[in-house]
Design a binder for this molecule. Structure first.
Ligand SMILES: [Zn+2]
Length: 235
């Protein structure tokens, strides 16, 4: 994995039963993108039984995999996040400029990994994730949340209709061309806080994928590849 630029959360690094990473570009340009490499398979060798992939569609459906009975889902299952209490399942999503949001709950042990672009955020995918975790016994006060690298408000110019698409007003400022510069991270934090996640349990702002395009893939910076997000409860 150290063949790749990779990122982790200082807060979630302190959780001994959790393994999490956001894996970006290879350090050697001749190596394959992490999605085409055996990086995820290496996590299986460390004790996981299945890698859980979903077909991300910028909506708000979640795939919930209970701890007990488990059949590997179809990889074509449409969802934008996965929730589980099952040790040994590796949750996997792909992101370029969208937010990869990693949730961990201590007692009971639960994790969720969510893909949220502006559409998912505007439609409340984070609130939906928190409700789903709560229904499984993992209330918001016990969550630790990492929002991994995504496009920053420095680089995310959007149309005015994007701002109008949000139920809760998102954070944005006016850019140099008079169009909104959307702050996905700030807007996500607002949603998490209003859903009861303690401020000290949300990690600090991650790097901007477009500004950091030597280490991270960014569609806004002309790449069509993806960064690989992985999350697992260790056995
Ligand atoms: Zn930027």
């Amino acid at each position: 994995m150290n063949l790749y630029h990779n990122f982790s959360s200082p807060l979630q690094d302190r959780i001994p039963w959790l393994r999490h990473r956001l894996i970006g570009r290879p350090k050697n340009r001749r190596d394959p993108a992490p999605v085409d490499s055996d990086v995820a398979a290496q996590w299986l060798r460390a004790g996981a039984s299945h890698i859980i992939s979903i077909r991300q569609v910028h909506e708000t459906d979640l795939l919930v995999l209970p701890a007990s009975e488990f059949d590997p889902p179809d990889e074509q299952r449409k969802a934008d996040g996965t929730v589980t209490g099952s040790p040994g399942l590796v949750l996997r999503i792909l992101v370029a400029d969208c937010l990869p949001v990693y949730f961990a709950h201590e007692k009971p042990r639960l994790i969720a990994l969510v893909h949220a672009g502006w559409r998912g955020l505007a439609s409340g995918i984070l609130t939906r994730t928190i409700r789903t975790l709560s229904d499984l016994g993992g209330g918001p006060e016990g969550l630790t949340v990492w929002i991994g690298p995504s496009i920053g408000p420095c680089c995310y110019e959007v149309g005015k209709e994007v701002i109008g698409g949000f139920t809760r007003p998102p954070r944005f400022s006016e850019g140099p061309r008079g169009r909104p510069m959307l702050d996905l991270y700030g807007s996500a934090v607002d949603e998490l806080l209003s859903d009861g996640v303690p401020p000290a349990s949300i990690d600090r702002r991650p790097p901007c994928t477009k500004c950091m395009s030597t280490s991270l893939y960014s569609h806004r910076n002309g790449s069509n590849q993806h960064n690989l997000a992985l999350l697992q409860i260790l056995r």
